[in-house]
Design a protein around this ligand. Sequence first.
Ligand SMILES: *Cc1c(COP(=O)(O)O)cnc(C)c1O
Length: 499
Amino acid sequence: MTTEERPARTRTTAPPPGPVTLDPGDWDAFRSLAHRVVDDMVDHLEHRRDQPVWHQMPDDVRDTFTTGLPRAGLGAEAAYEAVLQRVAPYSMGNDHARFWGWYMGAGHPVGNLADLVASVLNPNLGGADHAPVALEQQVVRWCAEAAGYPGGSSGLLVSGASEANLVGLAVARTARLGPQVRTDGLAGLGPVAVYASAEVHSCHRKSCELLGLGDAALRRLPVLDDLSLDVAALEAAVVADRAAGITPLAVIATAGTINTGAVDDLEAVADLAAREQLWMHVDGAIGGFLGLSGRADLVRGIERADSLALDLHKWMQAPMDVGLVLVRDEAAHRATFSVVPEYLRHATRGLAASEVWFHEYGIDLSRGFRALRVWMAFVAYGADTFGALMDQTMGQARRLAALVDQHPDLERLAPVGCDIVCLRYAPSTLPPDLVDAVNRELVLCVQESGMAVVSETTLGGRIAIRVAIGNHRTRDEDIDLLVATLERLGPQAVAGVAG
Ligand SMILES: *Cc1c(COP(=O)(O)O)cnc(C)c1O
C-alpha cells in the first residue's frame, strides 16, 4: 500500500467551537440523564424476575454491532438509548434468579452503587497514599479472615480466580526454584511438576503454559468416588517424579471443583505438602469462603495453604469482575513481582509516600477500584449474610438433588458438592445411545425457553446437565420450576434429537 492509498487517520469532522472537553456543557441535562439511568437500572433489578433469563439477540440487533467507528459523537443520551434498546435486553442473564450456568454470581445492588462511585472517583490502585489503597488493604484482610486464612498474609484483588491462580503459582515458582528464575528463566533447571486432581480447572493449564512450565508439567491425578483428589495417588506421583529426577514444585488443591463442587481433603494435602516440601496452593474460586457457612468443616486445612485463590464474583455475588489472591509469605509474594523503576520510586512525603504498592504484588500496574464493591458489600450486608447465603444455596442444591432422586425420568450423576448438582434426563423409554444427545439438546431447550439457564459438562464419559446455583436471588420455588421445566421440555428434546 502506498502512502496515498492509506485511509485518512485525521479527523473528518469539524472541530467543536471552544476548548475540547468530555464533560457536559449542561450539567442539569446530564444530571437528569443520570437520574434516568439510575431509575431504569433500579426498575430493571426490581422486575428482572418476571422476564426471560436469556433470549438471543435478533439479527437486526446483532448487525448494529458491526458498524464502523463513529467519528462524530451523537451525545450521551443517544449512546444510552442504544444501550437500553440493544444491549440491556440481550445481556447474559446472570443477574436473573434462575441463572445457574457455569458458575457465577448474580451481582448485588450495593455493588452496583459502588461501581458508580468507583468509576467517578477513578483512582489508580497501583499504589500511592490514598484512601482507596488503604481500603483495598482492609478488603484483603477481611477476605483472609472470612476465608479462615492467617492474618499478616499479603494479597491483592485481581480480575478473577484465573489471575489469582496464576499469581499464586508464579509465587510458588519463584519461591521453590529461587529468585534467579526471574533473570534466567527456566533454562537449565530441569523438569518440574505441578500436581492437581483430574477435576482441576482449565485455568491452571494456562498458568503452567504462561509460566514456562508447560502443560505437560501439570499432573492430573485420579479422584476418589466423591471426585476429590486421591491423596495416595498424589504421594505416589511425587515419589515417582523425584525418582525420575523431576522436581515437584507445587500441589494445587481445589476447594469446590468446577464440575461438581468437590472439595479436596485440604488437611491431607497440607500434611503431604509439608512432608514433601511442596508449595500448597488452594484454588478456592468456588468454596474458598465456606468458612463463613455452616460447612466450614469442608475446608479445614485451608489455613495451611501457602497461597489461596478466591473469587468474589461467584458465591460472594460481587458484580463482575473481581477475585483475590492471598499469599502467606509477604516477602515471597513481593519477591516474585516487584519491579520498581525510577518513575515509580516511593517517597517519604506526598502522594507517593505509601508503604504498599499493589503493583509490586501482581501483574497489573494500573488497577481499578474493584475493592469498593467488595468493601461496601461487607459493610452493608455483613460477612455472616454471605455465610447464610451459602447455606441457603447448598440447601437448594440438596432440594434439587432430592427431587431428581425421586423422579422416574431424572438421574443424578454426581454427589452434590457445594451448591452444584449434575443430573440428566433419562426416561426408561429412551434408547441409551440417545441419552447424551438428548441431554445436550435439553440444555439448549431450557436456555431458549427463557425459564432458566443451565450448562452442560461430561462426567465419566456421560453428558450431564449442570446446575450451579451460586445465586442469591434463587428461591426454593425456582428449583421446583426447573424440575417442572425439565419435565416439560424433555419430550421436546427427545423429539428434536430423534426427529
Ligand atoms: C471459575 C473458576 C476458576 C476461574 O475463575 P475466573 O474468575 O472465571 O477467572 C478457577 N477455578 C475454579 C475452581 C473455578 O470454579
